[in-house]
Design a protein around this ligand. Structure first.
Ligand SMILES: Nc1nc2c(c(=O)[nH]1)N[C@H]1C(S)=C(S)[C@@H](COP(=O)(O)O)O[C@H]1N2
Ligand SMILES: [Mo]
Length: 431
C-alpha cells in the first residue's frame, strides 16, 4: 500500500452553512430508494419510447446522428396491444414530473457534500466526484429538457430527441456507477432508523440525525428542527401527488382532463366529434385550404412510381372499417377516438405490391417536422391500421388531418401523419 497521497490529503471542509438536523444518511437513503426505482423506470420507458419510432427503418423516423451501439437493443415496435405506447409514454412523462420534488429533496439532503473543499482529494475520490457531476448534471438536464418539451417551449438550440437520448445514456452510466458505490450505505442508512417510528414522530420528538446516524451527511452543529422527518416526507409526497393530479389527466382523460392544468394539450377543445387535442394545426403547418379541397388526390405508389390516384369520394367508396384507437403523443398526452377509414393492407394490395415491406407516408406538409414517416411491414399489415377519413362519425377536421390521416395501433403520435398525400409501399411488385 502506498498510502502517501491519502495521508497528505487535507481535511475536507464544507463550504457554506447547512445546519438542518434532518440531513443525514437515513433521509438521503429513503429518498434514494424512491429515485432508484423511479429513474430505472424512466430509463426503461425512455428506451422503449425511442424503439417505438422504429428508427432502424430509416432517417425519416430518426435523425439521431451516430446512434451506433446505443441502438443495440432496438426491435420492431409491435402493434399490439393498441395502448402500448400510450401506457409507456404516460408512465414516462407522468413519472418524470412526479419525481421532481423527490429529486429536489434528494439534492437538498446532500448539498453540503456537493460543496466539499477541496473538491478532489484522491484519484478514487476524483472518479466519484466525476460520476456525481455527470449524475446531477444529467438528471437536471433530462428533467429540464423533458419539461420544456412537453410545455412546447422548444427553446433549446439543439434537437430535443438527440439531446434527451444522449443525456439519458450519460445519466444512466453515472447512475449505475453511483448505485454500485452507494448501495451498501443506502441499505445501512435505511436500517439506521425505523420508517414506521419516524412516521409517528412529531416535531417535538425529532432528534438530530447525528444522534443515531454515523455519517458525514449529518451536521455536527445542527440547529433546532423546524419540521419533523415525517413533515418533510409529507411535503415531498404531497408535492408529488399535486403534480400528479394536474398532469395525469392528459393521459387518463375523462373528467380528469379538466384538472390537467399543467398539460398544455390536455384540456377541452370545444364540443363535437373533433373535440380532442390537436398537436399542430393545419395553419401552423402551412397547409392551404385549397390543397385539402376537391382537387386533393391520394397517390398510391410502389418502387416503380405512382400507380393510382384516388379522390376522397373514391376512397369513401372502398371497404371502410371503424376502430377505437388511441393517439398517444410522445409528449405524454393521449386520447382514444373512433376512426373510420381504409385498411393500409388493402391500399398496399391496390398499389400492386405483393409482399408489402415498409411504407413511406408523405403529407401535404413541406418543411417542419413530422411531415412524413416510415411504417414497418407489421404496421402496414395490422388489420386495424387505417388511412382514416372520418372520426366519431364525422369528417376529419382540418386540424385533425383532413382529407386523410394515418392511424396505426400502438404507434407514437408522430407516426399518425395528418394531411396524407402519397403512400409508397416497398416490396415485390406483380408484373
Ligand atoms: N403532417 C403532420 N402530421 C402529424 C403531425 C405534424 O406535425 N404534421 N404531428 C403528429 C403528432 S406529433 C401527433 S401527436 C399527432 C396528433 O394528432 P392530432 O393533432 O390530430 O391530435 O399528429 C401527428 N401527425
Ligand atoms: Mo406528438
Amino acid at each position: 500500500m502506498t498510502g502517501g497521497a491519502h495521508d497528505q490529503a487535507p481535511e475536507p471542509k464544507i463550504l457554506g452553512r447547512w445546519r438542518s438536523p434532518l440531513r443525514g444518511l437515513w433521509l438521503t437513503s429513503v429518498l434514494s430508494v424512491l429515485l432508484l426505482v423511479g429513474i430505472t423506470i424512466l430509463f426503461v420507458t425512455g428506451l422503449l419510447s425511442y424503439a417505438a419510432y422504429n428508427p432502424r427503418l430509416g432517417s425519416i423516423n430518426d435523425f439521431t446522428p451516430g446512434r451506433g451501439i446505443f441502438g443495440f437493443y432496438l426491435f420492431d415496435w409491435p402493434t399490439r396491444p393498441p395502448w402500448l405506447f400510450r401506457l409507456n409514454q404516460g408512465v414516462h412523462v407522468t413519472l418524470g414530473i412526479v419525481l421532481i420534488p423527490v429529486i429536489l429533496a434528494k439534492l437538498w439532503s446532500v448539498i453540503p457534500k456537493l460543496f466539499v473543499w477541496p473538491p478532489v482529494r484522491t484519484p478514487a475520490n476524483a472518479l466519484e466526484r466525476l460520476t456525481l457531476l455527470m449524475l446531477v448534471g444529467g438528471v437536471l438536464f433530462e428533467t429540464v429538457t423533458g419539461v420544456l418539451d412537453i410545455q412546447y417551449w422548444y427553446v433549446f438550440p439543439f434537437s430535443f430527441y438527440t439531446a434527451h437520448f444522449y443525456g439519458a445514456w450519460v445519466t444512466i452510466g453515472a447512475f449505475a456507477a453511483h448505485v454500485i458505490l452507494k448501495l451498501p450505505r443506502m441499505v445501512a442508512g435505511l436500517r439506521s432508523r425505523s420508517l414506521r417510528r419516524e412516521l409517528r414522530t412529531s416535531l417535538s420528538g425529532t432528534e438530530p440525525a447525528s444522534s443515531v446516524e454515523d455519517d458525514e451527511l449529518a451536521t455536527e452543529d445542527a440547529s433546532e428542527p423546524t419540521i419533523s422527518r415525517r413533515g418533510l416526507l409529507a411535503l415531498v409526497g404531497g408535492s408529488s401527488v399535486a403534480l400528479f393530479l394536474v398532469t395525469a389527466g392528459q393521459t387518463v382523460g375523462g373528467a380528469w382532463r379538466g384538472v390537467a392544468v399543467l398539460a398544455p394539450r390536455g384540456r377541452d377543445y370545444g364540443s363535437g366529434p373533433n373535440d380532442f387535442p390537436v398537436n399542430k394545426t393545419a395553419s401552423y403547418r402551412h397547409i392551404k385550404p385549397s390543397e385539402m379541397g376537391t382537387a386533393w388526390r391520394l397517390s398510391l405508389a410502389n418502387a416503380s412510381g405512382v400507380v393510382r390516384s384516388l379522390s376522397r369520394d373514391e376512397l369513401l367508396a372502398l371497404r371502410l372499417h371503424t376502430y377505437e384507437l388511441p393517439i398517444a403523443c410522445v409528449e405524454g398526452w393521449s386520447t382514444v377516438q373512433s376512426w373510420t377509414g381504409v385498411c393500409l393492407a388493402d391500399l398496399a394490395r391496390m398499389s400492386g405490391v405483393t409482399a408489402p415491406g415498409s411504407l413511406l407516408v408523405e403529407s401535404l406538409q413541406s418543411g417542419g417536422e413530422f411531415g412524413s414517416a416510415l411504417l414497418s411491414h407489421d404496421q402496414v399489415l395490422d388489420p386495424s391500421s387505417l388511412l382514416a377519413l372520418r372520426v366519431n362519425g364525422a369528417d376529419l377536421s382540418a386540424d385533425h388531418g383532413y382529407p386523410a390521416r394515418i392511424i396505426v395501433p400502438a404507434s407514437p403520435g408522430v407516426h399518425n401523419t395528418k394531411w396524407v398525400r402519397r403512400l409508397t409501399f416497398a416490396g415485390g411488385v406483380a408484373r
